[in-house]
Design a protein around this ligand. Structure first.
Ligand code: GLA
Length: 732
């Protein structure tokens, strides 16, 4: 049993792959955290309770105890759920307004259930499978209640957690804050790692020391955002890529979020978060519930790399749609950087024709095929073909592409509308905004109010119609601006601050209805590049466009950071033209391909000018990619060189059975008298013998991992090398 309960000590033990998590119900019916880390025995852990404090602090309500005796305050307990107003001054996980106007809560243990199968959360993406514990907590005075869910997995070192807040009273309760989880870590000796960025610079790694007070990572954009990803890790001081205790927290959510680590005066760290409570208030009528987004907590003693592998296993095994997660990915040629809005059927055909026979198997028609979309000022919302550009409709180009033996893919931006569109002229009130106030334009477009069912119905019908009337096998779902003027016309004033969460629920409804109606279509997410790269989106779309920045140098940083949480197969990476359209940098074609092949790869350049030689180069690259695709889809990632800290980047991907691996390494700057660089090799089986194709040698795993490889980079800047490892008896 992965989850067990000891009646005599009232302790719950949750055992996942390599981890134990424990808490107990203390003498005040408070759910008190005890332990989270490496697998341990089911001993009575109450001896580790922190008896802290002689400070003047509020005792548990109703207990007139001597505060000098310490422990009898909510403020002192390791916590699974912090609440406000009854003596706990740490970050509350929940704050409500009761009918009388007071904001008190006391959510205490009532009962528990262990479910052999995890129930799906209706309307919100979440992890599938896993034994699940439900703790029922109640506030006996107000009738406010909360269920805490915990799920563990035999095949991944993670725990999935969430809270459901319930109004079991006769009255209305207002939620000012409704986070998904709280947890206490035993000390403050951590660094907080987060992923920050902006357009074309997504998911750079930040690492700062934990301090007294709150370290907060958030988004207020009604999307998860490129600014800060919904992820935080607490790495023990000195923890490196390969070793040390690291706790990762990843929120399955695509709207405004917050994650907090609070350094408390007692020397411990409280971690909490979920839906951002900035600009949030939720009205819970009698009998209503609020489901919070699920958080996935990964623990590893094998450093940041170990944490990443826990997330990768968890997301591939239990989050990403099993229909696609391990399948060959469409290897695309996308026309965007080749043509932008300016294309003709002939041009599109020549781009597709040029790559016939190279192994590229899908042609994707990007923005500009619909409405009056001649540039980015018009057309969004009108999902009917632009016959000025495609005079024979989509059919001509689809038939042509299919005739080449390739699949056809299409771009949509379903959540948006241009002012210059038939949709906006007919339904101006469907655009998010406050009546009588001017809209903020962003890329000349507005956002549709997905909190309204009639708006979602229109989008679902319009998109599904195009997908069902045409032979389309791939969709790129874009999202190119953030919400401003958060307001929903027609919704009661006291529910307006529900907007950001309701937008997420609307988005998930849209995704669900479009993905499920089109089981033969492969979906890729996109948001001006990677501005909504989060586990919520990955639940619906197995891969996401990682960044509009396809420059190989920039990509080493972006893909490095993204891989902290997200598996390689979730990162869409294209080989594009030089000078690069974002950075104007020139890098070798082989380097662009080697870096782009560390994900779900594709090409995005004007192939219509290709010579036979160009075609042969792409053909060879695609064949190489096919040779390593299984590793990209299923392998374990070892980050061997960090481009933020050195002149090098290195990713090593190893098959689960450790019989095969590929190491791709990159040197940013060349020079004269280059240093002797020894590349790290990691993740192999120390006892196995490996044939290394490029060295023409068979070497023991332990030797490779301890000695490394001295790479032969070609002269010049931005060069890559690649090494393939095959267990000796598999060597070709
Ligand atoms: C966004 C995407 C690009 C492209 C354009 C089209 O910027 O990230 O890949 O699809 O939109 O307008």
């Amino acid at each position: 049993m992965a989850i067990s309960y000891n009646e005599s000590t009232k302790t719950f033990y949750l055992d996942g792959k390599g981890i134990t998590y424990a808490f107990y119900i203390n003498e005040f019916d408070y759910v008190e955290h005890l332990y989270y880390g490496k697998t341990i025995g089911h001993d009575d852990l109450r001896y580790i309770r922190g008896l802290w404090g002689r400070s003047v602090i509020a005792a548990v309500p109703g207990y007139d105890v001597d505060v000098d005796s310490g422990v009898q305050s909510y403020n002192h307990f390791g916590s699974e759920l912090t609440f406000y107003g009854t003596g706990d001054y740490r970050e509350p996980m929940v704050e409500i307004v009761n009918p009388a106007g007071d904001r008190l809560t006391q959510l205490l243990y009532d009962s528990y259930e262990i479910l052999p199968e995890k129930p799906a959360i209706k309307g919100i993406p979440s992890m599938r499978d896993g034994e699940t514990l439900v703790l029922h907590l109640k506030d006996k005075v107000s009738g406010f209640a909360c269920d805490l869910y915990y799920t563990v997995y035999e095949d991944a070192g993670v725990i999935a957690r969430r809270a459901v807040f319930k109004n079991e009273s006769e009255n209305v309760i207002l939620l000012n804050r409704a986070y998904s989880f709280a947890m206490t870590l035993p000390h403050m000796g951590y660094d907080v790692i987060s992923l920050y960025g902006c357009w074309a610079k997504e998911r750079r790694v930040d690492r700062i020391p934990m301090h007294h007070g709150v370290v907060s990572i958030d988004s207020k954009r009604t999307s998860s955002s490129a600014t800060l990803n919904p992820f935080m890790a607490l790495a023990e001081k000195g923890a490196t890529e390969e070793q040390g205790n690291v706790y990762g927290i990843s929120l399955i959510y695509s709207s405004s979020f917050v994650l907090k680590a609070e350094g408390v005066c007692d020397g411990r760290t409280l971690v909490t978060g979920g839906i951002n409570d900035f600009d949030f208030r939720w009205k819970l009528e009698s009998g209503e519930e609020l489901e919070t987004p699920e958080v996935v907590m990964a623990y590893s003693s094998e450093g940041i790399g170990g944490m990443s592998r826990c997330f990768h296993d968890a997301y591939r095994n239990h989050l990403i749609n099993p229909r696609y997660v391990r399948k060959h990915r469409p290897l695309v040629i996308n026309n965007w950087e080749a043509t932008y809005f300016d294309f003709t059927p002939e041009k599109l055909k020549s781009i597709a024709k040029a790559v016939q026979g190279t192994g590229i198997d899908t042609f994707v028609l990007d923005d500009g095929w619909f409405g009056k979309r001649i540039n980015d000022h018009s057309g969004l919302g009108d999902w009917v073909v632009n016959t000025d550009k495609l005079n024979n409709g989509l059919k001509e180009i689809i038939d042509y592409v299919n005739g080449l033996g390739m699949k056809f893919g299409l771009w949509f931006e379903p959540e948006m509308v241009n002012e210059d569109s038939d949709l906006y002229r007919e339904h101006p009130d469907w655009a998010i905004g406050v009546p009588d106030r001017p809209h903020c334009y962003s890329r000349y477009q507005f956002m549709l109010d997905l909190t309204r069912k009639e708006v979602r119905d229109y989008i679902v019908n319009a998109v599904n119609k195009v997908l069902q009337e045409n032979h389309i096998e791939y969709v790129k779902w874009d999202y190119n601006r953030n919400v401003t003027e958060s307001y929903s016309i027609g919704r009661e004033p006291e529910r307006q601050a529900e907007f950001a969460h309701r937008y997420a629920l609307g988005l998930y409804d849209l995704c669900e209805r479009i993905v499920e109606a089109n089981p033969n279509v492969f979906f890729e997410g996109c948001a001006s590049g990677g501005a909504r790269f989060d586990p919520g989106i990955l639940y619906y779309f197995p891969q996401i466009w990682t960044s509009d920045d396809t420059d190989a140098e920039e990509r080493t940083h972006i893909q490095y950071g993204t891989s902290l949480v997200y598996p390689l197969s979730s990162m869409s990476c294209h080989v594009s033209v030089v000078p690069n359209h974002q950075t104007y940098r020139i890098t070798p074609m082989a380097t662009r391909a080697d870096i782009a092949h560390l994900g779900a790869t594709g090409y995005e350049l004007d192939t219509s000018h290709f010579s036979d030689e160009d075609r042969a180069v792409v053909h060879k690259q695609v064949a190489e990619y096919h040779g390593m695709e299984d590793l990209i889809l299923n392998g374990d990632l070892y980050r061997t060189e960090n481009p933020m800290e050195s002149n090098y980047f290195g990713f090593m991907v190893v098959s689960k059975d450790k019989t095969e691996a590929v190491l791709t390494a990159y040197r940013r700057m060349g020079g004269v008298n280059n240093e002797v660089k020894i590349l790290k090799v990691a993740g192999l089986d120390a006892e196995k013998m490996y044939h290394v194709d490029e060295l023409g040698l068979t070497i023991k795993g332990s030797t490779l991992m301890n000695v490394g490889i001295v790479p032969k980079f070609a002269d010049g800047d931005f060069m890559t090398v690649k090494y393939r490892f095959r267990e000796k008896n598999l060597a070709v």
